[in-house]
Design a protein around this ligand. Structure first.
Ligand SMILES: CC(C)(COP(=O)(O)OP(=O)(O)OC[C@H]1O[C@@H](n2cnc3c(N)ncnc32)[C@H](O)[C@@H]1OP(=O)(O)O)[C@@H](O)C(=O)NCCC(=O)NCCS
Length: 126
């Protein structure tokens, strides 16, 4: 059963510019170490970084909370299967919300071009 849905789109240039200005500090604020390593394994990491930023905003919309005190950037992580398929790992606040909503998982799909990155998240119930 679908309990929630969220979507987000972002200009890659916006993330590129925050990364250029604030460097690792910006990355560490919004991403987990595994997400950072994955994105930085590309010569041009901005679209990958932007997609993960969009993923977190989309997840926060699926929960209906936005990103804030209930659900922080580090409460959500985007993992990657060997096939390339992304999956959501929830930590602390994210796990709490998942239980509170009676949900089983958050499903995610990402897309990016050189210009835009976008994500759709679905809160999946039993
Ligand atoms: C909810 C949130 C993700 C919306 O993101 P946004 O970039 O402000 O706006 P978007 O254009 O992506 O989305 C707007 C839509 O989100 C939806 N939305 C707003 N609050 C929502 C909520 N609590 N739950 C689900 N959807 C929500 C609305 O439909 C809104 O459209 P509307 O104003 O036409 O009704 C945002 O409020 C938030 O939590 N942002 C955190 C961002 C942040 O900390 N940025 C710092 C950068 S490092």
């Amino acid at each position: 059963m679908i309990l929630g849905v969220g979507t987000d789109i972002i200009e890659v240039a916006r993330i590129q510019s925050s990364y250029e200005r604030f460097g690792e500090r910006f990355l560490n604020r919004i991403l987990h170490p595994n997400e950072i390593s994955y994105c930085l394994s590309y010569k041009a990491p901005a679209p990958f970084l932007a997609a993960r930023f969009a993923a977190k905003e989309a997840i926060s919309k699926a929960f209906g909370t936005g990103i804030g005190s209930e659900l922080g950037w580090h409460d959500m992580e985007v993992g990657r299967k060997a096939s390339g398929e992304p999956f959501v790992i929830l930590h602390e606040g994210g796990q709490k919300l998942l239980s509170a909503r009676g949900a089983r998982a958050v499903l995610i799909s990402l897309t990016h071009t050189q210009t835009y990155a976008s994500a759709v998240a679905i809160l999946d119930g039993v």
